[in-house]
Design a protein around this ligand. Structure first.
Ligand SMILES: [Zn+2]
Length: 411
């Protein structure tokens, strides 16, 4: 069995689901179990400084083999947690050998299968070995594929000291799926000039662009009084908020009506009472100026709606979530150039895609560590139909090795 597959099958058996309701860090104990196991594994393959810090960040160093003093330290990063939206407990991975276009049945869910007609990406996988879960859980390729690829590449480089490379730092992080993966990431201690998250989808993908994102809360203030004696006095904030949401367009500006480079506004949580009702919204755009336009428009809309409900008032609050990493990566063009070169050196075509979301790299880039995202082979993530191809994972290992080599050769 290939080394990357063997590792991947081992890692997915750890239940590392993160939990946004938890106040601990990492949010769940299961993540620490895998992280501790990884410390042992990294030490066993020769990364003697592998260690976990008090927040659950695992960092380790692959020492340089180059004789040049000018080669910068680069990093590779993957997250160990899986999505809170789907169970990751008792995952039973299934390797479907030699895919030939047949339906891939998930035996623990009646009639559930991956079908070529529904999953066009499978057309590229003829002859490959496809790993799925069994139908009741996610698989966890997001991002245990990335973890397995990084460890396997590190092992390969240790076994091949004739490949000249600079120092390479590895980090495995918790709580990415709940947006807290970089909360305690110590960029100085990591000590790399740039890094690559291995957390993307299809073969050859190099992602240097993410959404810019804010979280907005619009709170409507009404007036509550005994409903039997409320005539002319009560102002029902529930109805004001409903009017606000009803005023959002149905045919545009929402997650369900946009794709490609379009942004959206997305009401996703209501905290409602007659006296006071808050609407939480996600605001997304590839241009930070587009975010501000959307926020101004929502603020004006809330004002118009309050005008229709005499006595109602509103306030809004905006918290920055993350920014399009392109703003940083454009200032460090070699980081992406070398990634594209590594993908081509592995015999693949480069696919550039704009991430309709954020990665840890979006935040890390603005924390001083330019970090584009590379393919890990993940598909249908956060779903019980999640799958990954063994041959794509092997290609990702090759890309990591090529990147190490190219940074040395160009320095
Ligand atoms: Zn991920």
């Amino acid at each position: 069995m290939s080394a990357v597959l063997e590792r991947f099958l081992r890692y997915v058996r750890f239940d590392t689901q993160s939990d946004e309701r938890s106040s601990r860090y990492p949010s769940t104990e299961g993540q620490l179990l895998l992280l501790r196991d990884l410390v042992e594994e990294l030490r066993a393959i020769g990364l003697s400084d592998a260690a976990l810090d008090e927040h659950g960040y695992l960092m380790a160093t692959l020492p340089a083999t180059t004789t040049k003093a000018s080669v910068p330290t680069i990093g590779f990063i993957a997250h160990v947690d899986t999505s809170p939206e789907m169970s990751g407990a008792d995952v039973v991975p299934i390797v479907h050998r030699q895919y030939d276009g047949r339906d891939l049945h998930l035996p623990h869910a009646d009639g559930v299968a991956l079908r070529l007609g529904d999953v066009p990406d499978l057309a590229e996988q003829m002859g490959h070995d496809i790993v799925t879960a069994s139908g009741t859980t996610l698989l966890g390729a997001d991002d245990k594929a990335g973890v397995a690829e990084i460890v396997t590449a590190a092992e390969y480089l240790i076994e091949h000291p004739e490949i000249a490379h600079g120092a390479i730092r590895l980090a495995f992080t918790p709580d990415e799926e709940i947006g807290r993966g970089t909360e305690y990431f110590d960029v100085d201690r990591f000590g790399a000039r740039c890094a690559y998250t291995m957390d993307g989808g299809s073969l050859g993908e190099v992602e240097m662009e993410s959404f810019s994102a804010d979280a907005m809360t619009v709170t409507f203030q009404g007036f509550n009084t005994h409903p039997g004696y409320a005539k002319g006095r009560m102002v029902n904030a529930v109805k004001v908020a409903a009017d606000f949401i009803q005023s959002l367009p149905l045919d545009r500006l929402s997650p369900e009506t946009t794709d490609g480079r379009e942004g959206f506004v997305h009401p996703y949580v209501l905290d409602a009472s007659v006296e006071r009702t808050s609407v939480k919204l996600l605001i997304r755009d590839f241009a930070t100026s587009g975010l501000l336009d959307k926020e101004r428009w929502l603020t004006a809309l809330a004002g118009t709606v309050c005008g229709r409900h005499p006595g109602a008032r509103f306030e809004s609050r905006i918290v920055e979530s993350y920014r399009n990493m392109r703003e940083v990566l454009e200032q460090h063009p070699t980081v992406v150039e070398y990634a594209c070169e590594a993908v081509r050196a592995a015999g693949l075509d480069v696919r550039s895609r704009s991430i309709r979301g954020g990665t840890d790299g979006s935040r890390l880039s603005f924390m001083g560590l330019p970090t584009p995202n590379l393919f890990a082979g993940e598909h249908n993530f956060h779903s019980r139909l999640e799958w990954v191809s063994v041959q794509d994972m092997e290609k990702a290992v090759e890309v990591i090795v090529q990147l190490a080599r190219i940074w040395e050769a160009r320095s």
